[in-house]
Design a binder for this molecule. Structure first.
Ligand code: DAT
Ligand code: MG
Length: 153
């Protein structure tokens, strides 16, 4: 099955709460391949582009203040069906609706401070990856372990 890439971002609360390792570890253990990673502080211009679909919503000022408040860790992860897989691993946007076993269900209480972003579609993944990473920052490499993760027959 063809691999796809998704954009995952550990939000300011994830960094502040010391959950970077836990979050990265969950993606690694599930079997996704890390192909890019950088730490940055999001400015207002980037926040408006990343959350372009939400700029007119009532919660946008709070979202803007939150996402620019402290550094984030931006990543690209690769796997077959990586986009939907990662969304399942995140759990519902509203943490009160997220089941245990998901990142938000295990670590969050709030719809606003919900720890991690994950692309919600293929066009969104492409747009968000381009927004945060120059193409030369995306690694292409084989992992020997991959043949133990998916049956290629
Ligand atoms: P997701 O992050 O699950 O893709 P989204 O794209 O609908 O969710 O919204 C982006 C972020 O905006 C979300 O992670 C938290 C915030 N947000 C969304 N809906 C909200 C609401 N009703 N009240 C407060 N914050 C909200
Ligand atoms: Mg979204």
């Amino acid at each position: 099955m063809a691999s796809e890439r998704t954009f995952i971002m550990i939000k300011p609360d994830g960094v502040q709460r010391g959950l970077v390792g836990e979050i990265v570890s969950r993606f690694e253990r599930r079997g996704l391949k890390l192909v890019a990673m950088r730490m940055l502080t999001i400015d207002e211009a980037l926040a408006r582009r990343h959350y372009a679909a939400h700029v007119d919503k009532g919660f946008f000022p709070a979202l803007l203040a939150y996402i620019t408040s402290s550094p984030v860790v931006a990543m690209v992860w690769e796997a077959p069906s990586a986009i939907s897989l990662a969304r399942q691993m995140l759990g519902s946007t509203d943490a009160t609706q997220a089941p245990g076993g998901t990142l938000r269900g295990d670590f969050c209480l709030d719809i606003g401070f919900n720890l991690v972003h994950g692309s919600d579609s293929s066009p969104a993944a492409q747009r968000e990856i381009e927004l945060f990473f120059d193409p030369d920052l995306l690694m292409n490499y084989d992992k020997d372990l991959d043949r133990w993760l998916c049956d290629s027959d």
